[in-house]
Design a binder for this molecule. Structure first.
Ligand code: GUN
Length: 293
């Protein structure tokens, strides 16, 4: 039987409608949640992601401002900008779009963001808080994965989740979120990565599979058990001459084949993507609430 398609677009809309009420309440009290976005260079994917974040802010009544630094901006220039935003009480949240040009040490930049304004949840303090079960800001994509599961009726509690990929942005925080002894988590989590020898065998064990490897169609139908729930975090641009842009987006899973045997699956685009931006808006509103107390 064909799998249910979990629409991130629809679930994101649901969350944004709830969030809009909170923003309106805050604005009624004279507090406008505000997000500072920083982009370095003109990487097309980053340009597109940052403009998506601006648009989502506008729609919710969140103020946002984007600083664009040239590709050859120095690390010092970027750190100066971050310090300025840390000290500007107007902004509740700060996001530096990744990846950064190679001559800039991204870790150094992420460490420089005030953890109280770190709406990406990438600062080591926030990573540490999540790992010890006291999350402050949770990283947006992993938090979006959790919301997708829970709101689509696929609560991970007691399930075996196999996370594919060990990145700091997705894989590791998905693991940290889903092992928490909390509602909407409490899963058994296994991680596979490039060092895993018997990947197909391990992925087969997953009641839920979260694919975040950054490799087009890396998860094939034979690797997934019948009736699994498959969350595809991959966003890969593959050349496509039939498209005006010259490319199309594909995920990390073979959607067509897996949707014939999975219980439920997220599409790309329209799955995890809209959730990432939405959870960023949630974190920005939380930041505004906390900083105005
Ligand atoms: N690049 C890809 N995903 C992300 C994200 O969630 N936050 C930031 N800042 N950069 C990214």
């Amino acid at each position: 039987m064909a799998a249910e398609i979990i629409s991130g677009t629809k679930i994101a809309e649901e969350i944004r409608a709830e969030l809009k009420q909170k923003v309106d309440e805050l604005r009624g009290k004279g507090i406008t949640p505000a997000l500072a976005l920083v982009r370095v260079g003109e990487d097309p994917a980053s340009v597109s992601y940052v403009s998506g974040k601006t648009k989502a802010s506008e729609e919710l009544g969140i103020y946002s401002d984007t600083t664009v630094l040239p590709e050859d901006a120095s690390e010092e220039q970027l750190l100066k900008k971050v310090a300025e935003l840390n000290n500007d009480p107007k902004f509740h949240g700060i996001l530096v779009q990744l990846p950064l040009p190679k001559h800039i040490d991204a870790d150094k930049v992420l460490n420089a963001i005030d953890p109280r304004k770190d709406v990406d949840g990438f600062h080591p303090v926030n990573v540490g808080k999540l790992l010890i079960g006291e999350p402050f800001f949770m990283p947006c994509t992993p938090h979006g994965v959790q919301e997708l599961l829970v709101r689509s009726g696929n609560d991970p509690a007691g399930k075996h989740v196999v996370v594919c990929g060990r990145s700091n942005i997705v894989g590791k925080p998905v693991l940290a979120i889903l092992i928490q002894k909390k509602k909407g988590a409490n899963a058994t989590v296994t991680m596979v990565h490039t060092g895993t020898k018997n990947m197909a065998e391990v992925v087969q064990l997953g009641d839920i599979v979260v694919a975040a490897m950054g490799s087009p169609k890396a998860i094939t139908a034979d690797m997934v058990k019948d009736g699994a729930v498959v969350i595809d975090v991959g966003v890969n641009r593959v050349p496509d001459a039939t498209k005006k842009s010259g490319f199309r987006l594909v995920g990390d899973v073979d959607f067509d084949a897996i949707s014939q045997k999975a219980k439920a699956i997220t599409p790309v685009p329209g799955g995890v993507g809209p959730m990432t931006v939405t959870m960023l808006m949630v974190n920005t509103v939380t930041a505004a609430e906390m900083q105005s107390k």
